[in-house]
Design a protein around this ligand. Structure first.
Ligand code: C5P
Length: 237
């Protein structure tokens, strides 16, 4: 199986997040700490997760002027996350500075976190492009353009919908990492995701990591749901 599952811990309490990881137990290998948890509890959950043998994606989606993002990125790296991210719409200079910062950090620390760029949030659709005056013909065209900016700046990959993954791999190369949220089984609720895809579709289209939150963490049996996602990913090998 090539595609890995990242479980989004969208909680405001450290204890709720730790309890969820304990409930999922050995079924879960990789977790996402996002803004809500990081702002509520600081970074202390990340070393806890690492001590439990889990991998961590710190999803802060940094977006500011280059120097400010560089400072925030450096401050966040000390928690030991395996993956960090920034918004590609922050500009090419910011992206290059972040990529260089991660490389320098890896040389100094001996630990190489992956730095990923956020393209277009999966909660946004074509209407957003029109409303914001973006001239790209479709979300896909816009996302591919952003992915190329990220690649040129030296980032390791992008966050994007699974619906764009095949074209991104073609444009940026097979080793360019794709992380896709907005993943739902066809029988599930969409919540606020507009461009959702099934896990099997993501795996077939070369996505490296799927991110799943509420379908697992709001279910009656999160460990069983986690196994169900892994089983769907395995079927598509
Ligand atoms: O609960 P659900 O599966 O919709 O969670 C999706 C997770 O992925 C959330 O934590 C959200 O912040 C994140 N995400 C997203 N779209 C992006 C980037 C991240 O939904 N483009």
């Amino acid at each position: 199986m090539k595609t890995e599952l990242i479980i989004a811990l969208d909680f405001s309490e450290n204890s709720d997040a730790v309890n969820m990881v304990k409930r999922i137990s050995d079924a879960g290998r990789f977790y996402k700490v996002g803004l809500e948890l990081f702002i509520s509890c600081g970074g202390r959950l990340i070393p806890t997760l690492k001590d439990m043998g889990k991998k961590v994606f710190l999803d802060l989606k940094l977006h500011d002027i280059p120097n400010t993002v560089r400072g925030a990125l450096l401050a966040s790296l000390k928690y030991g996350a395996d993956i960090v991210n920034v918004h590609i719409q922050g500009g090419r200079e910011m992206l290059k500075l972040c990529s260089d910062t991660c490389k320098e950090y890896a040389i100094k620390s001996g630990f190489s976190p992956k730095i990923i760029g956020v393209t277009l949030l999966t909660s946004l659709s074509e209407d957003y492009l029109r409303e914001y005056g973006i001239s790209a013909a479709s979300p896909k065209e816009y996302v591919i353009k952003l992915a190329k900016f990220a690649k040129d700046a030296g980032l390791d990959g992008v966050v994007s919908s699974a619906q764009e993954s095949r074209e991104i791999k073609e444009a940026c190369g097979g080793s360019f990492i794709i992380i896709s949220p907005g993943i739902r089984f066809n029988d599930g609720s969409l919540d606020d995701q507009q461009r959702a895809s099934a896990p099997q579709f993501a795996a077939r289209n070369g996505v490296d990591y799927i991110v799943v939150g509420r379908p697992i963490t709001h279910s009656h049996d999160p460990a069983w749901e986690t196994e169900r996602f892994y089983s769907a990913l395995r079927q598509t090998v």
